[in-house]
Design a protein around this ligand. Structure first.
Ligand code: SF4
Length: 165
């Protein structure tokens, strides 16, 4: 499928969960193929995935989406080292790390809104542990907080997120 998509020599290849349900060996082969095609053809790749390891290894920029909207975007290293949106922080806290054996991973309470559910101005608010009354007054715009690093949260970067390193 990837080769068929690349046959027309696109400037942008959109790979939607290309490694889901694959074992790690095949996953590595697929990602190496995408990398090779990218280099040979000079195309950009938009990789859609839930795998934070793949994100950390393979991307130069990351956009975190919640309820159909980008809530944080920026250089991968910057977002992973210093997440500024509570949802990004929650995703990273749910990733097992060396040295955390025997400890409970933090989860994000609640569930994402349904496709046709009327959401709060900030769609993440019902699940956000930093929610304040102001969060329900207006939809948080995507703002540049530091060069190239944008966040849609009224209180970023002043929430004191512990984030992940
Ligand atoms: S705007 Fe408020 S509810 Fe939404 S992510 Fe930021 S702190 Fe949480």
């Amino acid at each position: 499928m990837i080769l068929i998509a690349a046959a027309s020599e696109p400037e942008l290849l959109i790979a939607d969960e290309p490694t889901t349900a694959l074992d790690v060996t095949v996953q590595a082969q697929i990602l190496e193929l995408v990398d090779r095609l990218k280099g040979e053809m000079g195309m950009s790749v938009l990789l859609i995935t839930h795998d934070m390891g793949v994100v950390a290894e393979r991307s130069s920029r990351i956009a975190v989406m919640y309820a159909g909207r980008i809530v944080e975007s920026g250089p991968t290293a910057s977002v992973l080292a210093r997440p500024l949106h509570p949802y990004t922080e929650g995703l990273l806290d749910a990733v097992p790390r060396p040295g955390t054996r025997g400890t409970r991973l933090r989860t994000i309470e609640g569930s994402p809104p349904g496709l046709f559910t009327q959401t709060a101005p900030c769609a993440f608010a019902p699940r956000c542990r930093y929610r304040k009354p102001e969060c329900d007054a207006a939809r948080p715009p995507l703002r540049e907080i530091e060069p190239g690093h944008e966040v849609a949260c009224h209180f970023a970067p002043n929430l004191g997120l512990k984030g992940a390193s």
